[in-house]
Design a protein around this ligand. Structure first.
Ligand code: MN
Length: 211
């Protein structure tokens, strides 16, 4: 589910995970999950809410609206909304895109679409892995439905598919905070291991909703 606002408080909130912090081991260790979700993601939510305070014109807007359209707020506020709203959006997706044990291979219409677009699942994996590995510095790798087709690319910092008119289907966090405790500088090892916890049922749901 995409991030929604608490309709009573008009605040964004940290979503609960559907699995324990230790559930993705050995691919992602419990300490990394606890810090990543409980500290990093929480901070994006808190800073997003702080940036929106005092901006009555923006109260009640969805996160997609805030990230897709110019906010009309002063530059510093707008930047804070973009960075922290992006962080909230991206991480919410990321947690959902993983499941203990993973489902190993794409399912449903997404499976057929990946084969048609990239030639095979293996070729798709190579393309996505390449995008994730070569993203310089912090960022995200994406499988997006954009311009009527599936595309793979990476974005810097907390940018995402929305401003490019794309809808997310699958995403991977390649900020160092996502893997450094266990993998240190070995980002390729983290990416290779991550395929084992991808939630392909969820990716297929996002694909069906996007197309
Ligand atoms: Mn992160």
């Amino acid at each position: 589910m995409l991030p929604t606002m608490n309709q009573e408080t008009k605040k964004f909130e940290l979503p609960a995970l559907s699995y324990d912090y230790a559930a993705l081991e050995p691919v992602i260790d419990a300490q990394t999950m606890a810090i990543h979700h409980g500290k990093h993601h929480q901070a994006y939510v808190d800073k997003l809410n702080a940036a929106l305070e005092g901006q009555p014109g923006l109260t009640g807007k969805t996160l997609e609206e805030l990230l897709t359209n110019p906010t009309g707020a002063p530059e510093a506020v707008s930047m804070a909304i973009h960075n922290n709203g992006g962080g909230h959006f991206n991480h919410t997706l990321f947690w959902e895109m993983m499941v203990p044990g993973g489902s190993k291979e794409p399912v449903g219409e997404l499976s057929a679409a990946l084969a048609e677009t990239f030639g095979s699942f293996d070729e798709f994996k190579k393309t996505f892995t390449q995008a994730a590995t070569t993203q310089f510095g912090s960022g995200w790798a994406w499988l997006a439905f954009q311009g009527g087709k599936l595309m793979v690319y990476s974005t810097a910092n907390q940018d995402n598919t929305l401003r490019q008119g794309g809808k997310p289907v699958l995403t991977l966090d390649v900020w160092e905070h996502a893997y450094y405790l266990k993998y240190q500088n070995r980002r390729p090892e983290y990416i290779e291991a991550w395929w084992n916890v991808v939630n392909w049922d969820k990716a297929n749901e996002f694909y069906l909703a996007a197309k």
